[in-house]
Design a protein around this ligand. Structure first.
Ligand SMILES: [Zn+2]
Length: 311
């Protein structure tokens, strides 16, 4: 990520979090397992302020991408993550702000030189989405294989549909577990936990306040939790014709910043990162307001997610 914006963030963090920002900064510089927030806005509507949901965990030059909101390939490039290092994709649930560029990420990483296996994990209909995506784009894929000498793309991709929580993957450097979370009416919806030698990271996906998530996140170093700032919700939905239904859906399926703090405290995580922010671009909701809401119940450091921020 650009040094200037990172420095600017930490300058802001010092103001916002006082002494709490210091140990966090040291941790980010020394950890071998890296977490970069690629997209931190909630909802599929393209915005200037932030990109849609995506995160990447990097260990030993291997990229584990969690969620593929619109622009994820471009965000990886902006974060200086080489696209050919893509190895695993985890989808939390089938909502377009988490899946819009699922196929595009694989396809575009391949055009950037990726020629090795990619495993993808997530709820049904992930296998059908993958198959139809490649069918839809077969003309380009086949042209590039014949014309540019690329390896066949389809055999590189291995899809694993998840229906229940539990162990997802254990490789030589990371263990991934999933838990079912509560994001009606989308079922199943998953949170994922990544345990490496040096740190543990949990990505909540979208969920209402979830006891399963508390269990999954127990003792984790970092919990990235989706968050709604409830006092601003009426302003957000007032912009759209389906205001009543949208408000009902957000309240039923998301977690307030205050409750995200409750979950973080109950799980005993070290650092809480608020992301998938709803509203994503309301200038009336400041970072300090997000932090204050979460810190009603959580006593550790709270980070307000920014695109391309490394945590
Ligand atoms: Zn969702």
């Amino acid at each position: 990520m650009p040094c200037i914006s990172r420095r600017a963030f930490f300058a802001g963090a010092v103001t916002l979090m006082g002494a709490l920002s210091r140990p966090y900064k040291i941790q980010a510089q020394t950890a071998k397992t890296r977490l970069i927030l690629l997209g931190t806005g909630g909802g599929p509507r393209p915005r200037k302020a932030s990109s849609a949901s995506a995160q990447v965990i990097i260990r030993n030059n291997t990229a584990y991408v969690i969620d593929c909101g619109n622009g994820v390939a471009r965000q990886l490039v902006l974060a200086d993550v080489p696209l050919p290092t893509l190895r695993h994709i985890f989808i939390t649930h089938d909502h377009s702000d988490h899946t819009a560029d699922y196929g595009n990420l694989i396809w575009l990483a391949w055009t950037a030189g990726m020629g090795t296996r990619v495993d993808t994990w997530g709820p049904p209909p992930l296998a059908k989405m993958t198959r139809l995506f490649f069918e839809m784009n077969a003309q380009d894929i086949n042209t590039r294989i014949a014309d540019e000498g690329r390896v066949p793309l389809v055999p590189l991709v291995h899809v694993h549909e998840l229906r229940e929580g539990g162990l997802v993957l254990r490789d030589d450097q990371i263990t991934v577990r999933a838990a079912l979370v509560d994001h009606p009416p989308v079922r199943p919806a998953f949170a994922y936990r990544f345990d490496a030698e040096d740190r543990s990271i949990v990505i909540s996906g979208d969920t209402a306040r979830s006891d399963h998530l508390v269990t999954l996140a127990e003792g984790a170093d970092v919990l990235v939790h989706s968050a709604v700032y409830l006092p601003a919700l009426d302003r957000l939905v007032a912009r759209v014709p389906n205001a009543a239904a949208l408000k009902r859906s957000i309240i039923a399926g998301q977690t307030s910043a205050e409750d995200a703090g409750r979950v973080a405290q109950a799980a005993g995580v070290k650092t809480l990162v608020l992301s998938h922010l709803v509203p994503a671009d309301d200038p009336g909701v400041t970072d300090q307001m997000w932090i204050d809401a979460a810190r009603i119940h959580f006593r550790g450091p709270v980070i307000v997610g920014k695109d391309l921020l490394e945590v």
